[in-house]
Design a protein around this ligand. Structure first.
Ligand SMILES: Cc1cc2nc3c(=O)[nH]c(=O)nc-3n(C[C@H](O)[C@H](O)[C@H](O)COP(=O)(O)O)c2cc1C
Length: 330
């Protein structure tokens, strides 16, 4: 295809891509234009050897960036498809967002304006349940990207999953917490346009709850408030059939589809992925990915806490677009 995107369109698409979530806001990606197609590459210099040794979560972030880019193209009525791992010889080439002649999914243009409002929200949610039709919409978003969003409601599974999350927090090793401290409320983070600032950590729960992950656990952050959280948080597991790099990217695409759809419907999300950072606990958590008739969705990729938004939270920083057009300096 010949190049037709204007510089302004390219900027919009790239800004959409970089708005994607990533673990500790590491933004483990770089991008390259190939005519009108956008290549998404994994930036190995931003890896997390302790908490993400296989790069699974970096793939999820890149999948989310690819999906976000599609929303950007969709805003200009440009149809796209995502080729995951397009070149076998280059395992860090995560995805190519390829322009196609077909019209885009009309939902993409509707969702695009919600990208800047999507945030990981670690504040308390409303106690009112999420309307069932919205839950159905979130499930449909997961299905559209070949994954499954399982809302864990039935006892004893609900309480068991919360217990597993609490146990995983208790088992975190010092190396893992040290690695996280380099990204969460790290000195000078505001100048680095990455990582998570203290103001995004959310308040500490008045009562212990498994569902709200404290990314500063074990550290004293001056001025941090306490708050009462929702009584019965909605917990969901995003799962894939198998557990390959291809699936991790699909999980990222689905995650972003779910999160932006949720934002549009006034539903906020945070994550409690601590059990997924340890292979044994991840195996355990995968048992919550669905009832036995869905056993083929056996690989848990994300654990989400969902609820009607009560408090808007500040955005996290992103690197300037000039910094993400690669390849990055080694
Ligand atoms: C693969 C992945 C794993 C994540 N795990 C957690 C987590 O366990 N706890 C948490 O609070 N946030 C988690 N996050 C959210 C990131 O911290 C968040 O996306 C990042 O700080 C950028 O902020 P934003 O989502 O508000 O744009 C995760 C995000 C991704 C993509």
């Amino acid at each position: 295809m010949t190049t037709t995107l204007t510089p302004k369109q390219r900027e919009t698409i790239l800004r959409a891509a970089t708005s994607a979530p990533s673990k500790y806001n590491t933004q483990p990606w770089w991008f390259r234009w190939d005519e009108d197609d956008l290549e998404v590459h994994i930036d190995r210099t931003r890896s997390l050897p302790h908490s993400d040794p296989t790069g699974r979560e970096a793939h999820i972030a890149c999948g989310a960036a690819a999906f976000s880019a599609r929303l950007g193209y969709g805003a200009f009525d440009i149809g796209t498809t995502v080729e995951r791992l397009p070149e076998q010889v280059d395992p860090l080439f995560a995805a190519r967002v390829r322009v196609v002649s077909d019209a885009p999914d009309p939902r993409f243009a509707l969702l695009h304006p919600y990208l800047p409002r999507r945030r990981t929200n670690r504040a308390p949610f409303r106690d009112t349940p999420i309307p069932p039709q919205v839950v159905d919409e979130l499930r449909a978003a997961a299905r559209a990207e070949e994954t499954r969003l399982h809302i864990v409601t039935w006892e004893p599974f609900y309480e068991r999953l919360l217990t597993l999350i609490r146990e995983a927090t208790g088992l975190e090793e010092d190396e893992l917490r040290d690695e996280r401290a380099a990204w969460v409320d790290a000195p000078g983070a505001e100048h680095r346009h990455e990582g998570i600032a203290a103001e995004s950590l959310g308040p500490l729960p008045e009562q212990p709850t498994g569902s709200v992950r404290d990314l500063a656990v074990g550290r004293d952050i001056p001025g941090r408030d306490h708050a009462a959280f929702e009584q019965q948080p909605t917990i969901a597991v995003l799962a894939t059939c198998t557990d390959t790099r291809y699936d991790w990217l699909a999980a990222g695409q689905a995650l972003q589809y779910i999160l932006v759809t949720a934002t549009r419907r006034g539903v906020a999300a945070s994550f409690a992925n601590q059990p997924l950072e340890d292979s044994d606990l991840r195996f355990e958590a995968s048992r919550f990915a669905g009832p036995s008739d869905y056993a083929h969705y056996g690989s848990a990729q994300m654990i989400l806490r969902l609820g009607l938004c009560r408090t808007e939270v500040p955005p996290t920083a992103r690197r300037p677009l000039t910094d993400v057009l690669g390849p990055p300096p080694m």
